[in-house]
Design a protein around this ligand. Structure first.
Ligand code: FAD
Length: 438
């Protein structure tokens, strides 16, 4: 049986190795010069929410079948990754809502690549999937940048469309502007587009994304600094938009996904996080807001300091944010908090006034790490057809390509890669065996 895997991130490497273990002849196509995808920039935590009720609460619009698949298959997946690739750095996540392990991305990728080669699989670099080959509704291979590859099964693992400004503009931003990319630059929706052309059904959540607010331009940083430069202290700040207004609940969720998504819908796609001295001491994942602000400054980001809120409003006014609105927003927020009233928009967690000078404003811009919507699949990671919601024979998806897992929230992209990579390979090989018998 021949399996072609498109994409060499964690999802593709996992699917390729699992398929070779099950006896398939595997060719993995990787568009870039090296395998690994976004995994190599990541923190390496492969995790799931602890139980289904927590998963449902954190991602209420997500597909419960896929959430259960992750929950139930992550443990065996982690054991498999450990035996196939590398010992985890830790076997916990530090977040009481979740369980999982942390792997060294570079070491894990090299080990998987080596194992795929040693098991007879082939990895073709600089080779991209361009289209699916079809015979009477069955996928029978792919056309790549340089040739056709016949296959009994194709696993799409090309990482969603975070790096394609046209698709991000159309589905997510829904207007002008461009989001910073905090992901692999080659995940440009090739697999997603090819599957739609084949008649695939798109999942829910196409307008959602997972990402972080990062220092806004002119700040510059290489992908290796994506984790470090993240501005993950909205919960200690007051976030205002280009109109000088609060626009979201800064503390809505632990990962600040909701705040980042809301920022992507603000004029100019930016915001200012405003902190007082007490807020700067707030701690997230063992780093203070002050440290994260200093990182923003070190990248050339815009960091404004002022002795009073009036002076801060003046400085923001010089940058085009209406001074009077800024002051009205901050005074109104402070007054509501001091009176024990809910500010508008409401604020989850302990709201504190901005009262201890000096004050700081940091310009942030939303970035996309991965898409939430993608291809609709069944519990075997078989891509579904739009027309009748039945599997398209020969077509599977894994990783970010699988859409709809965490609609309304966020979950581990690396868990989707590991769990769905294994399931896609297992379904592809099992379906191939059934196909040969009939
Ligand atoms: C800074 C950062 C930190 C993160 N931290 C975490 C974390 O701690 N925990 C977690 O769970 N997630 C984390 N993530 C997200 C996680 O890394 C991704 O969700 C995950 O790696 C996605 O894996 P994937 O294999 O589905 O896709 P990708 O990693 O995007 O891989 C897709 C691959 O397909 C290739 N490709 C694209 N198009 C084609 C084509 N046409 N033909 C052939 N190949 C193609 C690409 O070059 C790429 O190598 C982080 C991401 C970043 C950027």
């Amino acid at each position: 049986m021949r399996v072609v895997v498109a994409g060499g991130g964690l999802a593709g490497l996992t699917a390729a190795l699992r398929a070779t273990e099950l006896g398939a002849r595997v060719t993995l196509l990787e568009k870039g010069e090296s395998p690994g995808g976004s995994f190599v920039y990541s923190s390496g935590f492969v995790w799931s929410y602890r139980d289904l009720p927590t998963f449902r609460r954190e991602a209420p619009g997500g597909d419960a079948t896929l959430q259960r698949l992750i929950l139930e298959n992550l443990g065996p997946g982690l054991d498999w990754l450990e035996s196939a690739a590398d010992t985890p750095l830790t076997r916990e996540t530090g977040n009481p809502l979740t369980f999982g392990a942390r792997f060294d991305p570079k070491r894990t990728v090299s080990a998987l690549v080596e194992r795929i080669g040693a098991s007879g699989g082939e990895i073709l670099l600089h080779t991209s999937l361009e289209a699916l080959l079809d015979d009477a509704g069955r996928v029978i291979g792919v056309r790549s940048s340089d040739q056709t590859h016949a296959a009994d099964a194709v696993v799409l693992a090309s990482g969603g469309f975070a790096s394609d400004p046209e698709l991000v503009g159309r589905y997510i931003i829904g207007g002008p502007g461009r989001m910073r990319v905090r992901a692999h630059p080659r995940s440009t929706g090739d697999g997603f587009r090819a599957a739609l052309e084949e008649g695939a059904l798109a999942s829910a959540g196409l307008d959602e994304f997972y990402g972080r607010n990062l220092p806004a331009p002119p700040a510059e940083f290489p992908p290796e600094r994506f984790v470090e430069v993240s501005q993950l202290y909205g919960r200690y700040a007051v976030a205002i938009n280009a109109r000088g207004e609060r626009y979201a609940d800064e503390g809505a969720d632990w990962s600040e996904t909701a705040l980042t998504r809301a920022t992507a819908h603000q004029p100019g796609l930016y915001a200012y996080y405003i902190l007082d001295t007490a807020g700067l001491e707030g701690c997230v994942r063992e780093r203070t807001a002050r440290e994260m602000v200093e990182t923003a400054r070190s990248t050339g980001g815009i960091v404004i300091e002022a002795a009073s809120l009036g002076e801060l409003a003046d400085r923001l006014g010089e940058r085009g944010v209406p001074r009077d609105t800024v002051l009205r927003t901050l005074d109104g927020y402070n007054a509501a908090v001091a009176a024990g009233e809910e500010p508008s928009p409401p604020r989850t967690g302990q709201a504190r006034p901005l009262s201890t000078p000096p004050f700081v404003a940091v310009k942030v811009a939303p970035s996309i790490t991965h898409t939430i919507g993608g291809l609709a699949v069944d519990a075997g990671c078989r891509v579904l057809r739009k027309e009748d919601e039945r599997p398209i024979p020969g077509l599977y998806a894994a990783g970010v390509e699988v859409g709809g897992v965490s609609v309304g929230g966020y979950t581990s992209g690396l868990a989707s890669a590991l769990v769905f990579g294994r399931i896609a390979a297992e379904s592809a090989v099992a379906d191939g065996q059934v196909q040969r018998r009939v």
